[in-house]
Ligand binder design. Structure first.
Ligand code: NDP
Length: 447
């Protein structure tokens, strides 16, 4: 599939994701000359064109420092609002009419799971799905069975090669860069195995809470929200044998299911008082777990994973601990991959302590990618651009998602005790928490 799409249809244009990520991405693509297409916003809200443009303006102003007025005007002039119910055939009739002269529309489903089947059905029944491409957002189901049911619904309307499942972590430059770092550096490639690596820690920490989406969050929790998708994707990129897409899937296939015995769930103080949260909710806002990977490369090396809200810092970071060297008092080398804001890389090296004794002291070598490489495109910008081109390599596949659900299945809705923790900490304090030697400091504290 090589021809570029010739229209964008944004279902859920009135929503949170559209305002925070999708509209700013469409604006950036327009500014860079990559989006010269009609854009249709679809939602139930009865917005007229002015209302749509006002909302688009607000989203852009919040996302960028300085608005490029020519780019904004170009985008606004190409946008059309189509208001109607997601289960109403008239909505799709109006959309068909609007798309009459297009051959390859791209449908972005930025809508809640509750209306997903209606929209896919509407696109199928109206015949639009036959010539369109579709981008779908997580959650891809809430367990293995529902993910498979969702896959069947999608396959019933869209060809798999025209279906794009967003795990926006795959579109982040820093995450994609894991492969370049591993396979592009003779310094790293030979040591990337159990011979030299003691353990790997992956942290996805947010200093903020549910940001007004507590009702949605309460039905998902930290495992479904980020561990099942983003964190496992990062683990697969760290574990894979070669940069081939097939090897990422292969790495996921060799991951053992998580076990309740090596998993800790937490909930921050005050969570149950938030509007939208069920009384006595046992949804986890923090999870820590240890992943095992059954390959020759990783046998015996624990991958410690943790994710949570209202933690001490916002940081997405991998810390790779190397095995200790035998020299003097050398401490284990640490390699840090910062994947979120302030992305970059850090390496703790032992250098000689000044003085007469043969002692060493660890010193950090640190590179900030923003300073070194300049502005990189946002994940959503890159992913929408790819989908417009029909490029699949930065999207999750149906098989990937199936494996991810298999891995987290034993800790979903289990009978994991939920341990309370104070906001602004690193989660619940548990005796003998994993990992054995404790978590390395991450974010600013780890520099
Ligand atoms: P919203 O809750 O903001 O919903 C999007 C739009 O869908 C709303 O503006 C509303 O439009 C319509 N809608 C909402 N609830 C219903 C309902 N019960 N029945 C029918 N229509 C409804 O969703 P988000 O924008 O937050 O998310 C969209 C998708 O993206 C979801 O699948 C979400 O899981 C996913 N996602 C969101 C992220 C985020 O940061 N927001 C991050 C990652 C994924 P109207 O009433 O005008 O039709």
């Amino acid at each position: 599939m090589d021809e570029r799409a010739d229209a964008v249809v944004l279902f859920g244009v009135t929503g949170d994701l559209a305002a925070k990520k999708l509209i700013p991405a469409l604006y950036e693509l327009t500014r860079r000359g990559r989006l010269d297409l009609p854009v249709f916003g679809v939602a139930r809200s009865a917005w007229d064109h002015e209302h749509l443009v006002r909302t688009v303006r607000k989203a852009v102003v919040e996302a960028v420092d300085v608005v490029d007025e020519a780019a904004f005007d170009a985008l606004a002039a190409r946008m059309t609002m189509i208001s109607g119910g997601y289960d109403d055939a008239r909505t799709y009739a109006r959309l068909s009419e609007a798309l009459e002269h297009t051959a390859r529309p791209l449908f972005y489903l930025a809508i809640p799971p509750a209306v997903f089947t209606d929209v896919v059905g509407g696109l199928k029944d109206s015949g639009l799905a036959r010539r369109g491409r579709v981008i779908v957002e997580k959650p891809f189901g809430h367990d293995l069975a529902s993910a498979q049911a969702l896959a069947v619904t999608l396959r019933g309307a869209f060809d798999p090669e025209r279906t794009f499942r967003i795990d926006h972590y795959l579109g982040k430059e820093a995450v994609e860069g894991i492969a370049a770092l591993r396979f592009g550096n003779r310094l790293l490639e030979p040591i990337w195995s159990r011979e030299h690596i003691d353990n790997v820690q992956i942290t996805l920490a947010e200093q903020f809470g549910t940001q007004g989406r507590a009702g949605f969050y309460d039905r998902s929790g930290a495992v479904r929200d980020v561990l099942q998708n983003h964190v496992l994707q990062v683990a697969a990129l760290l574990a894979m044998e070669s940069p081939a897409k097939a090897d990422e899937l292969h790495a996921l296939r060799r991951m053992r299911p998580l076990t309740p015995g090596s998993t800790v769930f937490g909930q921050y103080a005050g969570y149950r008082d938030e509007p939208g949260v069920a009384a006595g909710s046992t949804t986890e806002t923090f999870v820590a777990s240890t992943l095992r990977i059954d390959t020759r490369r990783w046998a015996g090396v624990p991958f410690h994973l943790r994710a949570g809200k209202h933690l001490a810092e916002t940081a997405t970071e991998v810390v790779v601990t190397l095995r200790p060297s035998a020299y003097a008092n050398a401490t284990p080398n640490l390699l840090r991959l910062r994947l979120g804001r302030n992305d970059g890389i850090g390496l703790m090296l032992n250098v000689k302590e000044p003085g007469r004794a043969s002692r060493t002291r660890p010193l950090p070598l640190d590179v900030d990618f923003g300073a070194a490489l300049g502005r990189r495109q946002e994940a959503y910008e890159r992913l929408i651009d790819d989908a417009l081109d029909g490029r699949q390599d930065r999207f999750a596949s149906e098989e990937t998602i199936r494996e991810e659900w298999r891995i987290v299945a034993p800790v979903l809705d289990g009978h994991q005790p939920i341990l309370p923790y104070e906001r602004g900490t690193w989660g619940p304090e548990t005796p003998g928490t994993l990992p054995a030697g404790g978590w390395h400091a991450v974010g600013a504290a780890g520099r």
